[in-house]
Design a protein around this ligand. Structure first.
Ligand SMILES: Nc1ncnc2c1ncn2[C@@H]1O[C@H](COP(=O)(O)OP(=O)(O)OP(=O)(O)O)[C@@H](O)[C@H]1O
Length: 336
């Protein structure tokens, strides 16, 4: 478990204190995929770099499995870093070394010298990330997705318990992003690694994370299970991320609904209810008519969900909404 305890962090720039983190207090459980989302400058990189002490807090403690890592000796710090892998937006591979040599590098740094041991370990890592045939290529001969797979294999070389991902898919196209995220999910499932992902994209969070913290101006403004945060965002920053991810322009939407009669309601379905024929049934029971204004069905990690904006006319709309709520559907009235 990683625990941030009342963390403050400022940088000194030309003799001035520039605040980056301002009272961070939360924990990341062992074995979860945790997302940290925020706009540029929110403090994401600073926060994630505290976990392996690439940055030190100005105030507060970082505890890993109950141990205050800010109090570690140099030797303790080396051990800590061996137990934490990291992948980066621009991969940070050594261009003059082959794929296999890049993956072997952290093993050599950790003092493993037996060639057969290194070769076996590298082969297993390359097989895990699907790059066996590319072992002897140089980074320049690989696609972006393949380079990031090398980054993942290299990060896993010392068998870390924690993997930090700093905008690891931001330089990749959407399809490659999905395949790298699938790889991370597989690693989390099969190796039980704790994965911390920082990103400015809600889609990354939605695809792979269990919980998410929304960071704004060095503070956590919202934190919770991804489905809760994504489907019912409370803070303005979170709402913006969700709307961006869904390509929704709220202003345009309000204009469109102005021409539609009836009560405009957003319905959120989660899990099994997503596919149930609920709307038709409730319309028959209560005599209301409905028309769908917008809608989508998708997944948050492994959970299906649906969100529909519907207008209800005629019949007994109050009873219809009560029937929907009784079927575990979240009902939000957008226009009474
Ligand atoms: N080494 C540094 N020296 C001085 N100021 C810094 C340093 N690193 C970060 N900052 C400042 O700290 C704040 C937080 O930066 P940080 O890089 O953690 O944010 P971020 O959310 O990761 O942003 P981005 O997505 O752009 O990387 C910003 O105001 C930034 O300018």
């Amino acid at each position: 478990m990683i625990r941030f305890q009342n963390i403050h962090k400022s940088y000194q720039v030309a003799g001035q204190d520039v605040p980056a983190l301002n009272g961070i207090d939360f924990e990341i459980s062992a074995g979860e995929v945790f997302g940290i989302i925020g706009h540029s400058g929110a403090g994401k990189s600073t926060l994630v770099r505290l976990i392996n002490l690439l940055e030190r807090p100005s105030q507060g403690q970082v505890l890993i499995d109950g141990r205050d890592i800010t109090a570690l000796s140099d030797a303790g710090l080396r051990d800590l870093r061996r137990g934490i892998g990291m992948i980066f937006q621009h991969f940070n591979l050594l261009s003059s070394k082959t794929v296999a040599e890049n993956v072997a590098f952290p093993l050599k740094l950790a003092g493993v010298s037996d060639k057969a041991t290194i070769a076996a370990r590298v082969a297993a890592l390359l097989a895990r990330v699907g790059l066996t045939e590319h072992a002897d290529k140089y980074p320049a001969q690989l696609s972006g997705g393949q380079k990031q797979r090398v980054g993942v294999a290299r990060a896993l070389a010392t068998e870390p318990a924690i993997l930090l991902c700093d905008e690891a898919t931001s330089a990749l196209d959407p399809q490659t992003t999905r395949s790298v995220l699938r790889l991370l999910a597989e690693i989390n499932r099969e190796l039980g690694l704790t994965i911390v992902i920082i990103t400015h994209e809600m889609d990354v969070v939605r695809t792979v994370c269990d919980r998410v913290a929304v960071l704004d101006s060095g503070q956590v403004v919202e934190l919770g299970p991804v489905a809760d945060v994504f489907l019912h965002p409370r803070h303005a920053t979170t709402r913006r991320f969700v709307l961006e991810a869904e390509h929704v322009d709220e202003g345009e939407q309000v204009d469109d609904y102005a021409h539609v009669p009836g009560r405009v309601v957003r319905l959120t379905f989660k899990g099994e209810s997503t596919y149930a024929p609920v709307l038709g049934a409730v319309a028959r029971e209560t005599g209301v008519d409905f028309s769908i204004l917008t809608g989508r069905i998708d997944r948050i990690k492994d959970t299906p969900y649906g969100q529909l904006t519907v207008t209800f006319t005629g019949g007994n709309v109050d009873t219809a909404l009560a029937h929907l709520a009784a079927r575990d559907i979240t009902v939000e009235v957008l226009r009474a």
